[in-house]
Design a protein around this ligand. Sequence first.
Ligand code: TXA
Ligand code: MG
Length: 336
Amino acid sequence: MTTLRLSDDARGIEQAAEILKQGGIVAIPTETVYGLAASAFDNAAIEKIFAAKGRPQDNPLIVHIADLDGIEKIVSDFPKSAKLLAERFWPGPLTMVLPKTDAVASSVSAGLSTVAVRMPSDPVARQIIRAAGLPLAAPSANLSGSPSPTSAAHVLSDLDGRIDAVVLSRDAVVGVESTVVSLTGAHPRLLRPGGITVSQLRELLPDLEIDEAVLSRLKEGQTAASPGMKYKHYAPKTKVVLVEAEKDAFCDFVNRQPDCGAICFEEDLPKLNCQALCYGAFQDQKRQANRVFALLRKVDALGVNTVFVHAPGKDGIGLAVYNRLIRAAGFQVIRL
Ligand code: TXA
Ligand code: MG
């Protein structure tokens, strides 16, 4: 199939909405990463998303809305905690897992009784949802397993010819996917760290629990609260190893390794003797989040055997960056 390139002006938005209403799949910008959208009420359209991405059938999708009106068509309960979170963080990079209605296509939630919902803040995303008049199920618009797309060029490099259209818009502002919080258990639970941080959430949810899968690999036989967190993810073909170390220790270690490259902080650059991709100053966690996926896409072009990544701090949005990097590294971590 030919993938249409649409602009992010009124005409492009109208065309995208028309394709979505007719059961097509369209890559759209959001503030976190580009998403691959289809009507959340249309099982056949959702199946096309799974096929285009090569996504495992048991990994559910997030439903995107532009307004709270009509939320009762998607979730069967919207508790007080959800209202508080929505007031504070929507529109924005927060996803809530809640009990689902029957109207939501069963393939959206991969057979679970819950559904993940978020209200993106990107103005183009919001206009497309409104113009389609539909809630849009959308996973990240990459091939399953590869780094999430933060630009329209990343989308095309993975999915050109596999999807109906892509809306060419600006690069994602946040750069890592939304924070996912489940509100269906006895206590609220963080399933995936993202643009809204743990400390921001705890201001409203003091009893927030952090799921084990956020920072460690699930053990054999353990069920994932968030199925997406169990898959190898975000990984280049080149071996990636995460290194937790002070600045000098990281550089000294990497300089002793053969045939390697690095993803590092600005402060490391002058001391490293190998090819290095820089993801921002040590303190600049926003920049690190914004750059991490684009850099993971450049790793294979370095033509080295192994890429060592200087691990970010686990505070603030750093937790989300660490969570993505540890998956890109297949949980290989060296602590110096
Ligand atoms: O920022 C984002 O969230 C982006 C943009 C496009 O909105 N979307 C995104 O979707 O990251 P995706 O499919 O790549 O990740 C969705 C995550 C997966 O880890 C999935 O397992 C989890 O959300 N998820 C979806 N529905 C769930 C549910 N009912 N229960 C638990 N986890 C769920
Ligand atoms: Mg994804």
